[in-house]
Write a protein that binds this ligand. Structure first.
Ligand code: MRU
Length: 364
């Protein structure tokens, strides 16, 4: 998969070459002012790229890590079967430690790891097992693009002519292999000829909304307005938002949803103003092994991201900074979840089990 699905937007990630190839990432820390790529030839390089948010967004980090696992085990494919599997498991644990909140990371790693283990049990041939692991990573990249496209088709009917649609952070093509999750219904509605305005929270402290979401929506020709996070409630009070759609990093069995910090505040404002609040996510983002959002690990990032983001100190000396990267929106505040298998509405344990409960998901 080498196409973002958005004309003019470079791919978020792609594998370059065959068995001796490497992972090429669009460096998202440089957007929107520079379009540069970072080549990763080792698990360490992929780990660093995920940690530094060169590649970010739940589905994208899952697929990047799947390739990272292939890179970190390639040179061991000439070892014994036992040594190879040991290296697979070690590399998995290492890559999983890059970021804690998005469950897609461990989901993707487990899937490629299982492929390697099954191949070793069948043939005890590490070289062949490694090739099958790489094929699995390619398959996941293809699947992610197809799943996101389907999320767009499922969610597009929610968007009608003349609406104001608000989103937070970036859950677009840049956060996935192609099309995005929360932005995919917008791309599809636009493709179907509907006219609407997208309001994008800038998303403090790292500005994924202003830098990334506005970048890709504008590239696709949508009508985009960026606002400071604190202006979203006022915009709703003014009657200018008819729909909120956001992405997700992990959804618990009861529908509680972790997404970029600030999402919870948007949900509270939406509820107060009677604006329907939707989450868009693939089934791989559900974690049925945890009953509710209290169990979701929330990444806390460096205080410097708040104190001196983008190279300028903006916090008075002596003040501490609090920088959780995600928050949890309670299921009761979510009108529905747009998945590749259909619109999950209302959000309930039963509906989630029915749509999501299957062998391919993160089950308890
Ligand atoms: O810290 P980030 O930029 O990885 O946070 C990303 C988000 O919160 C996205 O909304 C989420 O991963 C969904 S991406 C389809």
């Amino acid at each position: 998969m080498t196409d973002s699905g958005i004309p003019g937007l470079p791919p978020t990630l792609r594998w370059k070459g065959g068995a001796q190839g490497l992972l090429v990432l669009l460096d998202q820390t440089r957007l929107p002012t520079a379009v540069v790529f970072r080549e990763c030839g080792s698990a360490e390089a992929v780990h660093a790229a995920i940690r530094e948010l060169c590649v970010r967004g739940a589905p994208a980090i899952g697929v990047a890590a799947a390739y990272g696992l292939c890179l970190g085990t390639r040179s061991h494919s000439g070892s014994s079967a036992g040594e190879f599997i040991e290296q697979v498991r070690k590399t998995c644990a290492f890559l999983e430690s890059a970021r804690p909140t998005a469950v897609n990371l461990s989901w993707a790693l487990r899937r490629v790891c299982r492929r390697g283990e099954a191949a070793i049990s069948a043939e005890a041939d590490p070289q062949r097992a490694w090739e099958l692991m790489l094929a699995e990573a390619h398959r996941m990249a293809e699947e992610d693009a197809a799943v996101c496209r389907r999320i767009g088709e499922v969610g597009a009917p929610l968007i009608r002519d003349g609406m104001g649609v608000l989103t937070h952070c970036n859950a677009g093509a840049l956060a996935t292999v192609a099309h995005g999750t929360a932005l995919s219904p917008m791309y599809e509605a636009h493709r179907q000829g509907r006219r609407f305005r997208v309001f994008v929270d800038e998303t403090r402290p790292l500005l994924q909304g202003a830098r990334l979401t506005a970048f890709e929506l504008s590239a696709a020709g949508l009508d985009v307005t960026v606002l400071c996070d604190g202006a979203a409630a006022t915009l709703m009070a003014a009657g200018r938002v008819q729909l909120v759609v956001v992405g997700a990093d992990r959804i618990a069995a009861n529908g509680d949803t972790a997404n970029k910090v600030g999402t919870y505040g948007v949900a509270i404002a939406a509820r107060h103003h009677g604006v329907p609040f939707y989450v868009a996510a693939p089934r791989s983002t559900f974690d049925l092994s945890i009953p509710d959002g209290a169990q979701i690990p929330i990444e806390e990032r460096s205080a410097d991201e708040v104190r001196c983001g983008f190279g300028r100190t903006t916090v008075a000396g002596g003040a501490a900074c609090y920088n959780p990267a995600f928050d949890v929106t309670p299921a009761g505040m979510i009108r529905g979840i747009i998945t590749e298998s259909g619109l999950l509405e209302p959000v309930s344990v039963e509906n989630i089990r029915q749509i999501v409960g299957c062998g391919s998901c993160n089950e308890g």
